[in-house]
Every structure is written in C-alpha cells, then in structure tokens.
Design a protein around this ligand. Structure first.
Ligand SMILES: [Mn+2]
Length: 322
C-alpha cells in the first residue's frame, strides 16, 4: 500500500503499538518516534514497545513514547523491520499479529497483514515522513526523530543510497526549526574515548591482502575487555575498513565467543568483490557491498577461510600478501 493509504488505515485505528527491530538503529527508532508523535497529534493513542537493546544515542527519541507494561494494543505497526528474525525479545509475542509493516528493505518478508514498502527509499524515515505528512502537520516533535532516521541511515547523507528525495525531505524537516546540528553532532561527530581506543587498536593492527586492496581488522574479546568497551562503543566498526584509501574489500572480524567470529564484509562499488557471494560461501549473506557471516574456529583459520571465500568470488585474481 502507498504511504497515503497507510495513513488512512492508521487514522481508523486506536491503541496503536509500534515495533522496532533487534539491535535498533537510528532509522527504526526515529521512525517509531516520529510516527508515534504524528499519531498522537492526530488524536490517536499510540506507544512504542520498549526495546531492551536501545542504545544511549537513540534512547532520547523513543523515551517519551515507551508503552506501559502490559499495554493492550489493538493495532500493531512495525517500522524498518524486514524479517521475522529481526524481532527483539519483547516483540516476539507480536510475530503473528503485525497489522501493518512499513519498510524500505528489498528483503522484506511480508510477515504483516498489510505492508507499505518502497525499496527505492534510502531510509524507512522517508516513507514514514510521507505517512506523517498525510496524517497532519509536520511539527518539530515529528521532524526531529525523522531527521535522525534519515541522517543515520545515509551516514549523514554520504552513502550511495542518498537521493535527491532524501535531501528534499531533510530540507523540509529542517524548515520546522529542529536542532539538526545536535543530531548530526551526536551521531557523526562524537566518539567515546573507548571507541577511539578501539579504532586506534584496529588501525594499528590492520592486515592487508590483495596488494593493499583488502584489509582485515580484528576485534577480539580480549581487546574489548582491556579497553572496557561496551556494545555502543563497538557499533558499526565495519565502516572503519571502508575508509582506508585504495581498499575495496574490508573484512572486520568480531569475536562473539571463544572461537566464534562475526564477519562484516564491506566492498567497493567497482564490483571486484561481491560481498554477498563471498559471505554465502561462508554460510551468511547480505548485499553486494555489505554482507556478513558467522564462523567458528581459531582466528587464523577463520581468516584463511574468509580469504579463500573472497578469492573465489574475486573478479580478478588477487595475489595474497597477507
Ligand atoms: Mn533502515
């Protein structure tokens, strides 16, 4: 259904509960908060289901809207949730009773009764913006979390998914007078000291392969413990590998448990390495430029298997100097 149809459907409802996804990012939290504010302005009762995995940086958007414990919803909406496996603990009770899913992922599983999907949008926030505009006025309370949704899902308007529509929407949100600078400062120009220590260690211990076009970065449990880093500090470390000049294949390995490693593979837009194909060989999956897999074994054996997988999908034979 279109955003306008979704708005019409929501307007008929009351006691609306909004769900966010596992490991909630700015898009899912910002969408939930913006939509919740817009629904309340339209005299609907609406809440966000508490997400126990909320991070400090995203908490302020959702905090005013958490549902009271035991809230009895009559209409359930999910935002930015592509798949059933992305339901977090408390939301699993709603797996089979989502009335409306609002999403922008091409991998949407259609778990809801009705779905408002537009995979051409950079952020789910762009779709929720249109729904909110159809519901009523875009006030600063609606605009601020939606700005955070779009800003964070586009890496502050620099990722390849950023479109002219993204900028038009951001401009409209800015015109409501929100403090967009504070949003971008919080998400893109602030790092904890522990985060910087993590990055310093990753950079100091980069291991290159394919004559410097590929790089391994490793986040061990020992490193996390030595620094005393939290999950927040380690969020999205895979982005670090992609900013090294000349690198079009960045593999970040994060130790989850002893001898269990999470691979995040980020590759360039030149098509030399298809991250999705490489990760599928390792039992994972994802997109052509961003994919992941979980591997068991020692760090050395995991690195060897990751390199073999990359080599076997590599567009040109990569010599190995790692
Ligand atoms: Mn998103």
């Amino acid at each position: 259904m279109t955003p306008q149809e979704a708005a019409a459907r929501l307007r008929e409802q009351d006691r609306i509960l909004i769900l966010t996804h596992r490991r909630p990012d700015g898009d899912t939290v910002g969408c939930a908060a913006g939509l919740c504010a817009a629904l309340r302005q339209a005299d609907r009762e609406a809440y966000i289901l508490f997400n126990e995995e909320i991070t400090e940086s995203n908490r302020p958007y959702a905090a005013p809207y958490w549902a009271p414990e035991g809230y009895e919803a009559s209409f359930v909406v999910s935002v930015d949730i592509a798949a059933r496996q992305l339901f977090h603990g408390a939301s699993e009770a709603y797996l089979d009773r989502v009335d409306l899913a609002i999403d922008h992922h091409p991998s949407q599983e259609f778990f809801a009764r009705e779905t408002c999907l537009d995979a051409s949008r950079a952020a789910c926030g762009e779709i929720v913006y249109e729904i909110c505009a159809a519901l009523g006025e875009i006030t600063p309370a609606v605009a601020l979390p939606l700005y955070a949704a779009v800003s964070t899902d586009t890496g502050c308007f620099v990722y390849a998914n950023t479109s002219a529509n993204t900028h038009r929407m951001a401009a409209a949100l800015m015109e409501t007078g929100i403090d967009f600078f504070a949003v971008n400062k919080r998400h893109f120009r602030t790092k904890t000291k522990k985060r910087l220590q993590l990055e310093a260690d990753l950079i100091a211990n980069m291991e290159f392969f394919h004559q410097g076009r590929g790089v391994f970065m490793t986040v061990s449990r020992a490193l996390m413990a030595r620094i005393g880093a939290s999950e927040d500090d380690a969020e999205d470390l895979s982005a670090l590998a992609t900013i090294v000049e000349g690198v079009d294949c960045g593999a970040v390995l994060r130790e989850l448990r002893p001898d269990e490693w999470k691979l995040s593979l980020r590759t360039g837009d030149n098509g030399r390495v298809d991250a999705s194909r490489a990760c599928r060989l390792l039992g994972g999956g994802g997109h052509a430029m961003a994919a992941g897999a979980t591997l068991e074994g020692s760090l050395e054996s995991v690195k060897r298997r990751v390199l073999e997988a990359i080599n076997s999908v590599c567009g040109e034979p990569g010599g190995t100097d790692a």
